[in-house]
Design a protein around this ligand. Structure first.
Ligand SMILES: *Cc1c(COP(=O)(O)O)cnc(C)c1O
Length: 391
């Protein structure tokens, strides 16, 4: 480990504060380090491994596609890309899909679509995108501009202009700002992930959706983290019964390979023409073949199980010793401990449990099919540490 740690420190860009763990293998919700120590994984590669590490059905489809043709570029038709787009549209009521390779790219496409739609419809001065304070939309200069957290902005000025942030759950301010800026789009996460696992209120989401529709402003929902079954519905917006115009997703949709998608609804389906946007790797046949096996298994039974496990975790931590509060939706959960979240998460690693943090919270994003016994074991470890580590 120390050798690898040194090589990594010497040659890999210093952008990550890694945990002191070298993962060498894993299956489902159990990961193994270089010393053979096992961990219960409550992070699933940041909501990527929907069915856990190295899921067999996903792996088989990926290997089969690798054997057929791993990459073609978008100059040619390939089956997995077309079939995944069809499945995404059939499951959401959206009309067209653009594939990229990450969440940031999915959001870039969403922003471009909203801007082009609004500029064509309302004039070139209609370009402002409204997003929320404390949001997270990615690391490119444009998605950083969309991200409503100042500390991400400081080092990289000037960012893409035309983004305004309004407080979450404050519909009057959103409405006023959208009117004053002649908004070209409104973009939000249903549960702010990196921002601390904070769900938006149902009223706010519904009022915003009605307002956006009445004023012909494309509503973009960033489902990069909340999507693909994570919140107990296929996409988190479905919990609130709204129909967005544009949906970005990534993370879980690829089940472990880089894949992002921008889904376009009826209003904006014809905005992009040949040459308007593109990606060399986007819609890669291997990633899409894997994605098909993920999306097709996110069914009612799995979603009911996600909601059941979520209720179990909420029940376990609500009012528990050393726990101030618990937030989230489905298997996207934030626990605010009395003590520092990072100390508790580091102590959990020693006890064989891998969890994440978001702001001052312990963040849980387990595989959606994590077995109940492993979940129970990991919850017990975290509860004990919350009770013990108070400062
Ligand atoms: C992770 C995340 C992104 C960025 O995704 P990348 O694949 O890292 O580019 C964007 N939006 C949300 C809500 C995310 O959680």
């Amino acid at each position: 480990m120390s050798d690898l740690k040194n090589i990594d420190k010497m040659y890999v860009a210093n952008t990550y504060a890694r945990f002191p763990v070298e993962i060498v293998s894993g299956k489902g919700s159990v990961l193994v380090d270089n010393n053979g120590k096992k961990y219960i994984d409550l992070g699933s590669g940041i909501a990527v491994n929907v069915f856990g590490a190295g899921d067999d059905i996903w792996k088989e489809a990926v290997i089969a596609q690798l054997d057929k043709i791993p990459h073609t570029s978008n100059l040619y038709y390939t089956e997995p890309c077309a079939l995944l787009a069809k499945m995404l549209c059939e499951r959401t009521g959206m009309k067209k899909v653009f594939f990229g390779n990450s969440g940031a790219e999915a959001n870039e496409c969403s922003i471009k679509v909203a801007r082009k739609y609004s500029a064509e419809k309302k004039g070139s001065e209609c370009f402002t995108i409204i997003t929320l304070v404390n949001s997270f939309h990615g690391r490119t200069l444009t998605t950083l501009a969309a991200t409503g957290q100042e500390h991400y902005h400081e080092l990289f000025q000037p960012l893409t202009p035309g983004f305004v942030h309004v407080p979450a759950n404050d519909f009057e301010t959103l409405k006023k700002t959208a009117q004053e800026t002649n908004a070209a789009g409104i973009m939000m996460e249903i549960v702010q992930g990196e921002g601390g696992v904070l769900p938006l209120t149902e009223d706010f989401v519904k009022q915003t959706a009605v307002f956006a529709k009445e004023n012909d402003i494309p509503l973009i929902i960033d489902e990069v983290q909340t999507g693909n079954g994570r919140t107990g519905q296929l996409y988190a917006y479905m919990n609130y019964g709204i129909q967005p115009d544009i949906v970005s997703t990534a993370k879980g949709i690829g089940g472990g390979l880089p894949l992002g998608a921008c889904l376009m609804g009826e209003k904006v389906q014809d905005v992009l023409h040949a040459g308007d946007h593109g990606s060399t790797f986007g819609g890669n046949p291997v990633a899409c073949a894997g994605g098909l096996t993920i999306l097709s298994r996110i069914d009612d039974e799995l979603l009911a199980d996600v909601r059941r496990k979520s209720a179990y975790i909420f029940e376990q931590f609500t009012g528990a010793a050393g726990v101030e509060s618990i937030s989230g939706m489905g298997l996207m959960i934030g626990i605010k401990p009395v003590g520092p979240a990072s100390r508790i998460v580091n102590a959990a690693i020693k006890k064989g449990v891998l969890a994440l943090t978001a702001k001052d919270r312990i963040r849980l994003l387990p595989a959606l099919n994590i077995p109940q016994d492993l979940l129970g074991e990991a919850v017990a470890v975290l509860k004990q540490l919350c009770a013990e580590i108070r400062e």
